[in-house]
Design a protein around this ligand. Structure first.
Ligand SMILES: [Zn+2]
Length: 500
């Protein structure tokens, strides 16, 4: 039996789109929205239990190994523009206080995203890790799990003993990654041996939609990453490929590779192998984008051919998971314009319209200025909608990505215009789970066309029920092609889209 250790657990997650219009405030972290709200101490385990979240997997793994979990502070907010200075510093004050109160512990696990930019820091996690290192000292092992979209720079690598990233997009392995990071942390703490590190950065950005591990080339590359890490008694203790979040104008935006080994040469060799796979696959990271009218017309022709399953239109540029407000009506207007039959779209976040629908009640008709309120230059869709159904926004996810997540999306309403149904919520979450439609009485498998405000996460629950998937370039701030953006801080030599 290995020695029982006290291992502290904390988390701070945010994915920052510096091209998005709305910042993440302290209140956003307190509420959580699509994530559990701010939690401290024993409340952390309650908040994340049973959900596909890194902290949940880490806590379970540490307890299974017989260690004592010392929960500190955990918070996450939906992706958006920069985290405010106020939110970052309030979180830090709380975490450093909880850390001091916790007394002695022998290792620290962190549930981080890796792509946090704040009003005052281009690399939020590097600063957090540096400050934590300052408090716990040079010797205490620190391991963090990271999102596959982490934009990792050398400072993050320096301050952590290891960084361990997801290997799936949709992220169906968030809890599993937390567990993997926790086991590596326990191994380092028990042995007292720190692994050698290798860090490589890839010289091109990969657009979000083509990063998915559900299709090639990423599918095959991640299989090689898993094989490269190997099994028990392995020389490589951790091997990760971060695809990066290509919507952050910072120096260290983009894909990177992290390898940890018993010897420096083992770590270097593993990292170089993955770097070569990425370089050799550059031209394969590309795919077709449709404009909204083209997408709707193509979907309607697939339906007319006698499709038996829904055609999915991914409204990728208004994906709340990439920092969009999820209130763009570009794709909705195209569906209405073409009177697309059997179409349902979600999730459009518009608290004012959801409230108004609740005031008039189901069955009523109401004139609304729907959506288009949060992005400069966007306009609402003004029309008389029928209120088909109302919801309180409280339900639990059922799919592989959001399974077990207890949603709290506030007032929700299902509206209809020209035969097109639109699901409206008061808090934003990306449409990556069939339960979101079912909460409003829409059976997704029975629709002919599904408009989903999501870039890739929808694939976990919707690819299996889809006739075909078309990626749509409708108005929004989660730009499908990073090459169209103005980059000012990206380090020299990085291509803003893959060379084809
Ligand atoms: Zn991610």
């Amino acid at each position: 039996m290995a020695k029982r250790m006290r291992i502290a657990v904390a988390g701070f997650q945010h994915e920052t789109n510096t091209f998005a219009p709305v910042k993440a405030t302290w209140d956003d972290f307190v509420a959580g929205g699509g994530w559990p709200g701010l939690s401290r101490g024993a409340r952390i385990a309650e908040a994340v239990e049973g959900a596909n979240l890194p902290a949940a997997g880490a806590i379970e793994a540490l307890e299974d190994m017989g260690h004592e979990v010392v929960p500190l502070t955990w918070a996450a907010a939906s992706p958006s523009a920069q985290v405010t200075r106020d939110a970052f510093e309030r979180f830090w004050a709380m975490l450093s206080e909880d850390l001091r109160q916790a007394g002695g512990f022998e290792a620290l696990y962190l549930d981080l995203h890796g792509a946090m930019v704040t009003e005052h820091l281009d690399d939020g996690e590097a600063e957090l890790l540096a400050r934590l290192r300052g408090l716990v000292g040079a010797k205490l092992p620190i391991v963090a799990s990271l999102d596959l979209h982490a934009n990792v720079g050398p400072e993050m690598v320096r301050h952590a003993d290891a960084l361990v990233a997801y290997r799936t997009y949709p992220h169906v392995d968030m809890a599993a990654t937390g567990a993997r990071a926790a086991r590596l942390l326990a191994e380092i703490a028990a042995s007292g041996r720190r692994p050698a590190k290798a860090f490589r950065q890839v010289p091109f950005l990969v657009p979000l939609t083509w990063q998915t591990s559900f299709t090639e080339p990423a599918k095959g590359i991640y299989e090689q990453v898993i094989a490269g890490e190997g099994g028990p008694g392995r020389k490589v203790a951790g091997l990760s490929l971060n695809m990066g979040f290509p919507l952050a104008d910072i120096a260290h935006c983009g894909p990177s590779i992290l390898a940890y080994g018993a010897e420096q040469r083992d770590a270097d060799a593993a990292a170089d192998d993955v770097l070569k796979l990425m370089l050799d696959s550059e031209s394969a990271f590309a795919g077709r984008l449709y404009d909204p009218d083209e997408a709707v017309k193509t979907a309607m022709s697939i339906v007319a051919r006698g499709a038996t399953r829904p055609v999915v239109l991914a409204d990728t540029q208004d994906n709340s998971g990439g920092g969009a407000p999820s209130d763009s009506v570009g794709l909705l207007e195209a569906l209405v314009r073409h009177r697309a039959p059997g179409a349902a779209l979600g999730l459009l976040c518009d608290p004012e319209s959801a409230q108004a629908a609740h005031r008039v009640g189901a069955g009523a008709e109401i004139r609304l200025k729907l959506g288009g309120k949060r992005v400069p230059g966007h306009k609402p869709l003004e029309a008389v909608f029928k209120v088909l159904r109302l919801g309180d926004g409280r339900f639990t996810g059922t799919g592989p990505f959001y399974g077990g997540m207890r949603m709290q999306l506030g007032h929700m309403a299902l509206l209809e215009l020209a035969g097109v149904k639109v699901a409206v919520s008061s808090r934003k979450v990306q449409l990556a789970d069939q339960a979101i439609f079912r909460h409003l009485g829409v059976e997704p498998t029975e629709q002919k066309i599904l408009g989903l405000k999501s870039s890739v996460h929808y694939r976990a629950d919707f690819q299996p029920i889809a006739e075909e998937i078309l990626v749509v370039e409708a108005p929004g701030v989660v730009h499908a092609d990073p090459a169209k953006l103005d980059w000012t801080k990206l380090r020299p030599g990085v291509r803003t889209s893959p060379r084809v």
